[in-house]
Write a protein that binds this ligand. Structure first.
Ligand code: XIL
Length: 373
């Protein structure tokens, strides 16, 4: 049985252009994860898609089987003014993914951060009514999802709806519409593209309160007739967070609800944490730059490098152990050079959170990850 399964996966591998080993015969991340039907994803920016960073394109196409837009599909970019959609960048990204046989993920439809400034405001500058916001939200979803119908593999429909303690995040969507906004959004997305996968995505998914709330949400939304294909655990990880056993527990708990689990925004920030920084990935968090928060301007020292390697491997060991539950692991960026963690939560630092260095070379840990799988 095992042998025949192995044979079938070999045949599947041979038939799928995105999972071929690199030209020189070496296995890459997408081959290794693809063996277990896990997509190897990466968030890409507009310069990379446009070919302005040729080394980046080589890394993306050689190592990854899925892409997601780091920014260009967010509301503030795609519809900066009321009903004036700007699709050029998103169109190029989708076309780039298709040209290279990659699964394209849409990020994201409903999110309080990077929202279009006009979205929650009426003509007089006051707060929009509930009915208006519902109709704007549905219209946004049907316009964007409808445009890429059949071309986007899955959508982050609602991003960051829940606080760490399990309460609803007090976003304009929640405050104006109420908790039903999640159900309305999922149904609108399904209607616009019934074949696209639908996801709820959030950071700090290892926090027990958040985990429990997502379990309750998934069950409740399914009873209300919503489809949810996977829970996205963003996984903006640090040197000492999240707690690995809590993180694993969240994977098991979500999978037990009958959804797949995805690591949707993986990176690893080992720079010193500002006091009062509680982990997570709230893009609104900002801390003042201080020299001591930026100790590796010229490269990681031996100890930091070891922490980086060990911690990445620890996460990937967990992913390997839970491989049946996972459908995608996406890195939040191609190279350290352009990672958002150079500027968040402290602006202007030199960070090393990704798997490819500033010259677009694979870090040694990549080979270890490949061997693991
Ligand atoms: C980040 C981008 O990487 C940055 O370029 C941008 O300035 C802010 O947003 N959670 C998410 C992502 O869902 O969309 C965020 O991406 C990181 C946190």
């Amino acid at each position: 049985m095992k042998a025949s399964l192995y044979l079938i996966s070999l045949i599947a591998l041979a038939g799928c252009s995105t999972q071929q080993p690199a030209k020189d015969g070496t296995l890459t991340l997408k081959d290794a994860l693809g063996k277990h039907e896990i997509l190897a994803g990466v968030a890409v920016n507009v310069d990379e898609v446009a070919g302005r960073v040729p080394k980046a394109q080589d890394v993306i196409t050689a190592n990854f089987s899925s892409i997601v837009a780091e920014n260009c599909m967010k509301q503030e970019k795609i519809v900066p003014e009321q009903d004036k959609y700007f699709f050029d960048d998103a169109d190029s990204l989708v076309a780039f993914g298709e040209r290279n046989g990659m699964k394209v993920i849409g990020h994201c439809l409903v999110w309080h951060s990077q929202a279009a400034p006009w979205f929650f405001t009426d003509a007089k500058g006051g707060e929009v009514s509930r009915d208006t916001l519902i109709s704007r939200m549905k219209n946004h979803i049907s316009t964007v999802v409808g445009r890429y119908k059949g071309r986007i593999y899955g959508w982050d429909v609602v991003n960051e709806a829940i606080e760490d303690d399990g309460s609803y995040r007090q976003t304009p969507y929640y405050k104006i519409i109420g908790p039903e906004y999640i159900e309305i959004a999922l149904k609108a997305a399904e209607e616009a593209d019934p074949d696209a996968e639908l996801y709820l995505n959030d950071f700090s998914m290892s926090k027990p309160g958040k985990r429990d709330k997502y379990v309750e949400l998934v069950k409740d939304l399914k009873l209300k007739g919503c489809r949810i294909d996977a829970i996205g655990m963003q996984s903006h990880n640090g040197g000492d967070y999240p707690d690995l056993s809590e993180y694993e527990k969240s994977m098991d708990t979500f999978a037990a609800c009958g959804v797949k689990v995805m690591m949707t925004e993986l990176d690893l920030n080992i720079l010193p944490k500002p006091e009062d920084f509680g982990g997570g990935a709230n893009v609104g968090d900002e801390f003042k730059y201080r020299d001591e928060l930026d100790p590796y301007k010229d490269g990681l020292d031996e100890q930091a490098q070891k922490l980086f390697d060990d911690r990445y491997l620890a996460f990937f060991k967990i992913y390997e152990k839970h491989k049946e539950q996972i459908s995608r692991i996406t890195l939040w960026g191609v190279s350290d050079k352009t990672s958002w963690l150079n500027d968040w939560p402290v602006e202007g630092r030199t960070s090393y959170p990704l798997l490819f260095d500033r010259d677009y070379n694979a870090k040694p840990v990549v080979q270890k990850i490949i061997e693991l799988f």
